[in-house]
Design a protein. Structure first.
Length: 224
């Protein structure tokens, strides 16, 4: 994968630590607010542990930052073809694109996001986010989401709640979606839309990957 020599936490973890420190918060205080252990916050910031979907949303909300910033292109940075992924040992490492840049006819010029150059985050609960926008957008999260077999939106199996309106379309596989007090089984071509303030969670009950396109439209721009 060409990861030799890279700091395991060179992207996601240090960004979280930087924003936390700018907010004047200790790791212990953030942990208290999120009802988790300070050691978990420390492990995430040092790239030793990948957060779950729920934890990443909770951190972004508590630290008042956008998911785009956590992907690595927020706060005015130019988009770069560098992914963040968690390997089998749970350590988060940047993955560099091929050295040979794509020919000009395959580049998007800031409009098209090429499939092989997406920024990604692999989360602790068997879920991968792949960003579908070629540049930062702190009002909309536009993602392809892949749920591994038994993948779940949060490793604590507790519903998520966050700001915005949420829209999902299942491309392949099956996804169980719990929204409020109702649970739905979604298959290819099925879609779902609701207020993200409602408690919700998703999981893949099958032995095959589930692919979905997900959009979250935030009421207010995220802040980095």
């Amino acid at each position: 994968m060409g990861t030799a020599g890279f700091d395991p936490g060179a992207e996601l973890g240090p960004r979280l630590r930087r924003v936390r420190e700018e907010r004047g918060l200790s790791a212990r205080e953030v942990a208290r607010r999120l009802s988790c252990s300070p050691s978990l916050i420390s492990q995430i910031e040092r790239g030793l542990s990948a957060p779950s979907v729920g934890m990443l949303y909770a951190l972004a909300s508590e630290l008042q930052t956008s998911l785009d910033f956590l992907f690595g292109t927020g706060s005015g940075e130019a988009p770069a073809a560098v992914a963040v992924t968690a390997h089998g040992d749970g350590r988060v490492r940047p993955v560099q694109p091929p050295e040979d840049p794509a020919p000009a006819r395959y580049q998007g010029h800031g409009v098209v996001q090429r499939a092989g150059l997406r920024r990604t985050i692999d989360l602790a609960s068997g879920v991968r986010w792949e960003r579908l926008t070629p540049g930062p957008d702190d009002q909309v999260d536009f993602l392809e989401v892949i749920y591994e077999p038994s993948g779940h939106s949060t490793d604590s199996r507790r519903p998520l709640r966050h700001d915005g309106q949420e829209y999902g379309l299942i491309i392949t596989g099956t996804l169980q979606a719990s929204v409020g007090f109702e649970t739905y089984e979604l298959g290819p071509g099925d879609s779902i839309a609701f207020d993200s303030a409602l408690p919700h969670q998703y999981w893949n009950p099958t032995s095959e990957d589930t692919h979905a396109v997900w959009v979250v439209v935030h009421a207010e721009p995220g802040r980095a």
